[in-house]
Design a protein around this ligand. Structure first.
Ligand code: GGG
Length: 353
């Protein structure tokens, strides 16, 4: 077990399988490192049923006191998804200006890609999703709501400042990552002739400052095709909020399972706590059955430790996950196995030693 300075972690299990994968990740963190202090917040859909809101009004003030946040999932079959998402996850991303959403996808030994012929390590990419504006800006409204002549307007917001900072993060990561030193930008600027034309021009400007990084600019339809046709060619992919969300489900699947995919909502300036979560949602169909894959959340917890300046502890968790996957005895159903959430968690803890 690594020992670290005392760090305070806010746990937000949220809904559905979030309530199973967060306790699993907490057990792994407690095994891997000493000195973590956890505070769990019972916010989410049950809070909404009781109080009419997903979180209390002072939620951000309370979260701000922590060094980082580990979140499970948001979403309930009896509440419209736009209520749950806009009531919990999005206010945290926007309120803390967590403008980078980093979503790595790696094909681990022991995991089968649905694509034929890919060896372990041959898919190794990271989708950098702009996380505070774009299509998620939540600007718009209804006119003649619930009337036959109803109109809905939803406006994307792309700022030069917002595009530049996330694109710059992608290039810096391209230098740091020890990968192929390639950054791919994804837009749809043939159809989105203002917002994404701005994105493309900022991408070119920032790229000119990184002559050591190879670049590529793709329309999102071509990017989707190429994630399937040549996933091994991608290194860092940077995209708008919506496109990054969709493409990171695809990168997770070509690397074996969305159940394995972690994500980090980052404030690179470190003025607010960053938030770590699995890419998957609340999966109400399997919730409460002990079947959820905890590895996406466990890998998100490792990303959290890396961010908090504990790379050795992060590496011990990642290597525990790697050896569980390579061994193949404790895998959940999404990876072709029959193990429960608890059995996979026990196996990771045993592998950490
Ligand atoms: N793991 C968090 C979660 O529940 N994600 C599901 C979801 O709907 N996310 C929307 C988003 O990331 O934009």
């Amino acid at each position: 077990m690594e020992h670290m300075k005392r760090l305070s972690i806010a746990l937000l299990p949220g809904d559905g399988i979030g309530r199973e994968v967060i306790p699993a990740a907490r057990r792994v963190l407690e095994r891997a490192v000493g000195g973590l202090q956890f505070e769990e917040y019972e916010w989410g859909s049950e809070h909404y049923f009781r109080h009419g809101a997903m979180m209390p009004v002072d939620a951000l003030q309370r979260l701000r006191q922590h060094d980082a946040i580990l979140l499970g999932a948001v979403g309930h079959p009896d509440i419209p998804d736009h209520i749950t998402l806009n009531g919990m996850l999005l206010p945290i991303r926007r309120g803390f200006d967590l403008y980078v959403n980093e979503r790595p996808a790696f094909l681990y030994e022991g995991v089968k890609s649905p694509l034929i012929g890919y060896a372990p390590g041959s898919i190794d990419m990271v989708v950098i999703r702009e996380n505070t504006e774009g299509e998620y800006a939540n600007v718009g409204g209804f006119l003649y709501h619930h009337m036959p002549e109803e109109v809905a307007v939803q406006t994307s917001v792309f700022t030069r400042f917002g595009c530049e900072r996330v694109i710059r993060y992608a290039f810096d990561l391209g230098r740091r990552r020890n990968g192929k030193r390639r950054v791919t930008s994804v837009t749809k600027s043939n159809a989105q002739g203002y917002s994404m034309v701005l994105w493309d021009s900022v991408f070119r400007e920032v790229a000119s400052e990184y002559p050591d990084i190879e670049t590529e600019s793709l329309l999102v339809d071509a990017a989707a095709m190429n994630f399937v046709r040549r996933p091994g060619s991608f290194d860092v992919v940077v995209a708008s909020n919506l496109f990054g969300d969709i493409l990171s489900d695809l990168s997770a699947m070509v690397a074996g399972s969305i159940g394995l995919a972690p994500s980090a909502n980052l404030d690179p300036r470190r003025q607010a706590p960053s938030l770590f979560e699995p890419v998957h949602g609340s999966a109400p169909d399997i919730a409460g059955k002990g079947l959820a894959n905890p590895l996406g959340t466990i890998l998100a917890a490792a990303m959290m430790l890396e961010h908090l300046g504990e790379p050795a502890a992060a590496a011990s968790i990642e290597s525990g996950v790697r050896s569980v996957l390579a061994c193949g005895k404790a895998l959940t159903a999404d990876l072709g196995g029959r193990a429960s959430t608890a059995e996979v968690t026990d196996a990771v803890i045993a592998a950490i030693g």
